[in-house]
Design a binder for this molecule. Structure first.
Ligand SMILES: [Zn+2]
Length: 366
């Protein structure tokens, strides 16, 4: 009878393979890129951009870190994927129990009022794990959350009340969800990019779906992504669009169905940087830039979130290649002055100006 021993399984070839993989992971993790390599990176905590529109107004966007954004318009806020509980080194994550960094969540949000709503892109821990604490301790249950079925199931396990949870159904995709006369959003479905590719083969570190969850998740693998969502968020006045934002905060992907988005109608496109170089044909995000021609671009989910949450300059998330992003953007010929990437907790104000009014104001008086 043949006895298979541990030593037999981890023979020399296997040991060499695992050792090489581990060394490669550590090496790539240590040799990440600095954002100063990118001409569109700003280390200013406050930035401004001007956008030609038919009205004079302004809108503020604060990058929270990871895929997180706070969008403020006329004294009301909308949150997307707020997350402050960075969990430490990438290579230790699969083994350890992860937890909410409550002091970090509270110190970053202490002055915040309850937002109109929170949009979530998918159920990975770095997109939804802080929401229960935020909803309970900061917003005192005065906000609602929209997300995929998996996200809502996890949040309910964290005791977020049913009345605050809205699961987005397949019927709602590519259609407007009306919030009030001034605000609406459209959910769009897309696929999450792999976390890595080795010899062209996609590697995902977390599961896509899990049927039943009965307790709050404790490890990264317990946050399966569900069906990834992007959104078009629209601010309105007199039944007309004032400002339209495409939110691809969740993941890079070439699979977003953009047919429902009218061409040339996006004032700001938000793109996730992490894993952009692991999409199948490496066409992201320039495929969307060329088709939609957004007036402005904001890059998010770019920094190394395996280090503590910080407002200071950080390097790129491991395995994500800034140089290839720069190369793709240069080839797209999109105006780099309309692109921005900022440190977490930095704010950009988009000032809209009416070209007709400016023309009148600058016409010499006779
Ligand atoms: Zn994810």
């Amino acid at each position: 009878m043949q006895v298979i021993t541990t030593q037999g399984i981890f023979n020399t070839n296997m040991r060499t393979f695992w050792l090489s993989l581990f060394t490669a992971i550590i090496a790539v993790s240590c040799s990440t890129y600095h954002p100063k390599e990118l001409s569109f990176f700003s280390s200013n905590a406050k930035e401004t951009r001007r956008i030609s529109l038919k009205n004079n107004d302004s809108l503020e966007v604060t990058y929270l870190g990871c895929g997180g954004l706070k969008i403020s318009y006329h004294q009301s806020d909308i949150l997307i994927d707020p997350f402050f509980s960075n969990q430490g080194p990438f290579y230790s994550l699969p083994l350890k129990k992860i937890s909410v960094d409550t002091p970090s969540v509270l110190s970053n949000t202490k002055t915040w009022s309850p937002p109109k709503f929170i949009l979530t892109t998918h159920a990975h821990y770095d997109h939804i794990m802080d929401i229960p604490v935020l909803v309970d301790s900061v917003f005192h249950h005065q906000t609602t959350i929209f997300g995929n079925k998996q996200t809502i199931s996890i949040l309910k396990n964290f005791q977020v009340p049913d009345s605050l949870c809205n699961s987005i159904t397949t019927d709602q995709l590519n259609k407007w969800v009306e919030i009030n006369e001034q605000l609406r959003f459209m959910p769009l479905a897309y696929g999450h990019a792999p976390h890595m590719r080795i010899f062209g083969l996609p590697l995902n570190f977390m599961a896509k779906h899990r049927d039943s969850l009965s307790t709050p998740p404790k490890r990264t693998k317990d946050f399966p992504e569900g069906d990834c969502l992007a959104y078009v968020l629209e601010f309105r006045n007199d039944e007309k669009s004032v400002f339209r934002i495409l939110l691809m905060n969740g993941s890079a992907s070439e699979k977003l169905d953009i047919n429902a988005i009218p061409k040339g109608s996006i004032d700001l496109a938000v793109f996730c940087v992490a894993s952009h170089n692991f999409t199948k044909t490496n066409a992201y995000p320039t495929n969307y830039i060329q088709t939609l021609n957004p007036k402005n671009i904001l890059f998010v989910h770019w920094e190394n979130f395996f280090k503590p949450h910080s407002h200071q300059p950080q390097k790129a998330v491991p395995f994500t290649n800034f140089r290839s992003l720069n190369k793709k953007l240069k080839m797209s010929t999109y105006n780099p002055e309309n692109i921005l990437m900022m440190n977490p907790m930095s704010t950009v104000t988009y000032h809209f100006y009416n070209t007709e009014n400016e023309a009148i104001a600058t016409t010499p008086q006779r």
